[in-house]
Design a protein around this ligand. Structure first.
Ligand code: OXD
Ligand code: MN
Length: 589
């Protein structure tokens, strides 16, 4: 039975069914009974392996096709009307040409299969900030993951009513053929198509496809920002909670910062941190001229390896129930899971690696895929903010950009003003780690951590950021952090993790005019005495070193920025060009 009378939804659905020819169409109503039945179906088909009901209640393990384990940026397309609208950092194809290719792939692709209709909401259903989507998929795995990551079901359709204001998406697994894998966005039509993949970042369309690529375009048209950012509430001993957002490229500890546990001394004094979001923030100007943030998601799609009781106990606790693990190690003896970094050594027992093969780690291979994931409900997180479910946004005091730089960026600095903050975000970069294939220490430019997620020309996106200042008389202050400065031997100089709160404390003091700073060519840098080091073994001299600027590194950085900016030609906003020139002049030999 159709769960809505919405003509646009029905017409798009019928057209897709005619093309893909599923045997059956099932509407996802959001009931536990239906989700339970789908879990049972997935267990029966072997798509999900049920885990230990006592130790991991409601949890399942999934294994993906080994050729389908990550986002595929080279097969992700922004099919705007013109190539210029997509810009030099996106793959583009003429929308008609792409439609033709997809038509060929989708034709008859669901024959013998069931097509699930997932009505989903990004943001609490009915809240002023919510936006709605429909994803048609032939994957039960996608249904069950979307039911964790978003709000799904009939109440979404009821909230949509007759409105044509929704994002429509189709996902077909097809043969999981990497050569025919396409993740496609049609921003002018609010449409998404993913084919030949079943990996979360490609096919859980509410996440990167809708909430970042399509939403970034909606944000430009409607006057707001869709960002690849965590949202964190920091409660001080006076009980005031101040909120920050943070954008970091991968492998920079974004989820750890989103779930930060204050150092012991801070905890004793009454500091607490609250997670509002770990990956995506929708940011809108409020009537008060401040910037207000919501997390449109309902769960965490986190990288498992490295998550431990030590590195991120809140993330680990989030996975203790009702979680789907993908591509981790299974312990067949007690049907629990494991991944590299959870404990120093693998547990005792009959272990099976992410490919389903017997494994004990003795051959030097990894048991879990480096990009293995947990899909966990946000409500499981011990430090989830009460604002998460409230459907109201939180006011942002500071926007924090960051990256992994061994030498260049100091521990923290503040931009001179909003426009300079946009320059700081636009020139974000991170050095590659051994965790990814390829050379180590190579600088990769990732503006606002949005390089793979901006749904239009990056230069226009920067201009949109610059324009936002007009509607933000009380704009957040913009900062850059770098937890990864090293000494000559490559040892980290800053302890990171919970101690990062010491830096956040300075950031918030700056936002409320409670701390001084040194004026430098890159912006405001803390006075070494203004960062609280009590309870760490970091010395003032070390701190002085992490706050220092090395002119040669900055000259090299400027050259990298200039080269990166060149690809945007005349579209590059003038203020970014001017900020670069000023920086070059300041560090000229
Ligand atoms: C993610 C990503 O999965 O940024 O969040 O790739
Ligand atoms: Mn992300």
């Amino acid at each position: 039975m159709e769960l809505t009378q919405n003509r646009q939804v029905l017409s798009a659905l019928h057209k897709t069914a005619e093309l893909t020819q599923p045997d059956e169409i099932v509407w996802i109503d959001g009931s536990e009974a239906q989700l339970d039945a789908l879990r049972a179906l997935a267990v029966e088909s072997g798509d999900l392996i049920p885990l230990n009901e006592e130790k991991l209640p409601g949890c399942y393990l999934a294994r993906s096709n080994p050729n389908d384990v990550a986002r595929v940026e080279d097969r992700t397309f922004i099919c705007s009307r013109t190539r210029e609208e997509a810009g030099p950092t996106n793959n583009w194809m003429d929308p008609d040409e792409m439609r033709g290719i997809l038509h060929g792939i989708l034709a008859g692709s669901m024959r013998g299969r069931t097509m699930y209709v997932i009505p989903y909401s990004m943001g609490p259903v009915g809240s002023e900030f919510a936006k709605y989507g429909i994803e048609l998929t032939d994957s039960v795995y996608v249904v069950l993951n979307m039911a964790i990551m978003t709000r799904v079901g009939k109440d979404v359709l009821d909230a949509m009513g007759d409105s044509a204001d929704f994002i429509f998406g189709v996902h077909a697994m097809c043969e999981l053929d990497p050569e025919k894998r396409y993740i496609v966005h049609f921003p002018e039509e609010n449409r998404i198509v993913s084919v030949n993949s079943n990996y979360g970042g490609n096919v859980l369309q509410g996440k990167k496809c809708f909430s970042l690529r399509i939403a970034s375009v909606l944000g430009r048209n409607e006057g707001w920002l869709a960002e690849h950012m965590l949202i964190l509430g920091i409660q001080n001993p006076q009980g005031e909670i101040r909120y920050v957002t943070g954008a970091f490229p991968s492998a920079c500890g974004k989820t750890n910062l989103a779930m930060l546990i204050p150092p012991e001394g801070y905890r004793k004094n009454g500091w607490k941190c609250w997670t509002v979001g770990d990956d995506i923030a929708w940011l809108r100007p409020g009537k008060d001229g401040r910037l207000w943030a919501v997390n449109p998601e309902n769960g965490f799609f986190g990288v498992a390896p490295g998550t431990s009781e030590k590195s991120n106990p809140n993330a680990l606790a989030s996975t203790s129930r009702d979680t789907i693990f993908t591509n981790v190690v299974l312990n067949e003896d007690d049907r629990t899971v494991w991944w590299e970094g959870m404990t120093k050594t693998p547990p005792e027992g009959r272990l099976v690696n992410w490919k389903g093969e017997p494994w004990d780690g003795s051959d030097g291979t990894k048991g879990a895929h480096p990009n293995s994931r947990f899909t966990a409900p946000a409500r499981n997180c011990p430090c989830i903010s009460p604002e998460f479910e409230s459907g109201t946004a939180v006011p942002i005091s500071a926007i924090i950009f960051g990256g992994r730089r061994a030498k260049t960026a100091p521990l923290v600095y503040q931009s001179r003003d909003w426009a300079h903050g946009v320059f700081v975000g636009a020139t974000m970069a991170s050095e590659t780690t051994a965790a990814a294939v390829g050379a180590v220490g190579v600088v990769r430019r990732d503006p606002m951590a949005m390089r793979p997620f901006c749904g239009y020309n990056m230069a226009d996106y920067w201009q949109h950021w610059l324009d936002m200042e007009q509607v933000l008389p009380n704009a957040p202050k913009i900062f850059n952090v770098n937890w990864f400065r090293t000494d000559e031997e490559g040892h980290f100089l800053w302890p990171g993790f919970g101690d990062n709160l010491r830096v956040l404390e300075w950031i918030l003091k700056r936002c409320f005019d409670e701390a001084d700073a040194d004026v430098t060519p890159i912006g405001f840098v803390p006075k070494p005495e203004d960062i609280n080091l009590d309870g760490t073994d970091v010395t003032r001299d070390t701190l002085r070193e992490i706050l220092s600027l090395d002119a040669a590194s900055w000259r090299e950085n400027c050259a990298g920025i200039r080269e990166y900016f060149e690809q945007f030609g005349e579209r590059l906003p003038a203020s970014l060009r001017a900020d670069l020139e000023a920086l070059e002049a300041a560090f000229a030999e």
